[in-house]
Design a protein around this ligand. Structure first.
Ligand SMILES: NC(=O)c1ccc[n+]([C@@H]2O[C@H](COP(=O)([O-])OP(=O)(O)OC[C@H]3O[C@@H](n4cnc5c(N)ncnc54)[C@H](OP(=O)(O)O)[C@@H]3O)[C@@H](O)[C@H]2O)c1
Length: 250
């Protein structure tokens, strides 16, 4: 039987692929047979990540806060090979503070990457998929914080709730073009993003509350991405897969 999870012959664009969850997703896609273009801002780490991923990976610098930069990076990636899979993974959560201390600059920094950047990556890729008549899979990396209110992660939670609704709207609009749009909501995952948090006393409490008894690793998240990218999920669109070690059950 043909492998439903194979990504042989497909090309994926993974934003924020230079480390953490994005890097693990790129690794898993390559293992499933895909070629991958990874993007991020930090050139040195990005190039090192592409080298580590091997011959089936290429790096393109891109700042997701800048829609012009996104359009340029998608165009440049598409010239290498038409894109079949987009993973909107680039995301930030630069602070933990109560809402009354949040500044306009805090708000803009989070929304610009997590929500606006993801929207314009999706539209830049989708327009080209439509023009070329290709089917596609777009995967938005959300968070459990998009549905569960997490204190002091206020704008982050708002950005991910917006991303989840964006997933459903784009899935509906683009179903007739055979472009599927789904999301993954990771729970607490050990990456640079969460390093300081997990080292704190609050982090200890978060860890203790997870029914499976451990934090996620970034490769725990990558399996769901392979599923959503592959033909195994060909009838799935507008869905959100929660990968949280059972945390939402409590
Ligand atoms: N770790 C968790 O516990 C957790 C839980 C739920 C959801 N998530 C989500 O998972 C995704 C990845 O998180 P992670 O933990 O892997 O984070 P990470 O280790 O900090 O990696 C973030 C990636 O995004 C890139 N990035 C950040 N700002 C960018 C920008 N303006 N333009 C382009 N690239 C940018 C980073 O590279 P540069 O800094 O060089 O640009 C890096 O490659 C995020 O969307 C996050 O919200 C994480």
């Amino acid at each position: 039987m043909q492998d439903m999870f194979s990504l042989e012959g497909r090309t994926a664009l993974v934003t924020g692929g230079s480390r953490g969850i994005g890097f693990s997703i790129a690794q898993a896609f390559i293992a499933a047979g895909a070629r991958v273009v990874i993007t991020a801002r930090g050139e040195e780490q990005l190039q090192a990540a592409a080298r580590e991923l091997g011959v089936n990976a290429i790096a393109r610098r891109c700042d997701n806060t800048d829609p012009t930069d996104i359009a340029r990076a998608v165009e440049s990636a598409w010239e290498l090979a038409p894109i079949d899979i987009l993973v909107n993974n680039a995301g930030i959560s630069p602070y933990y503070k109560r809402a009354e201390y949040v500044t306009v600059a805090d708000w803009d920094s989070v929304i610009d990457v997590n929500l606006r950047g993801s929207f314009f990556c999706a539209t830049e890729v989708a327009k080209r998929m439509f023009e070329s008549g290709r089917a596609g899979s777009i995967i938005n990396i959300s968070s459990v914080g998009g549905s569960t209110p997490l204190e002091r992660l206020n704008v982050y939670g708002v950005s991910k709730a917006g991303l989840d609704h964006m997933t459903r709207i784009l899935a509906l609009e683009w179903a007739d073009r055979n472009v599927r749009v789904n999301g993954i909501a990771p729970g607490w995952t050990e990456t640079d993003f969460t390093g300081d948090l997990f080292a704190s006393r609050w982090g200890e409490k978060l860890r203790a509350d997870i029914p499976l008894g451990r934090l996620a690793t970034s490769s725990d998240i990558a399996g769901a991405a392979v599923y959503l990218a592959s033909d195994a999920s060909s009838y799935v669109t507008g869905s959100l897969i929660v990968v949280d070690g059972g945390r939402g059950l409590r």
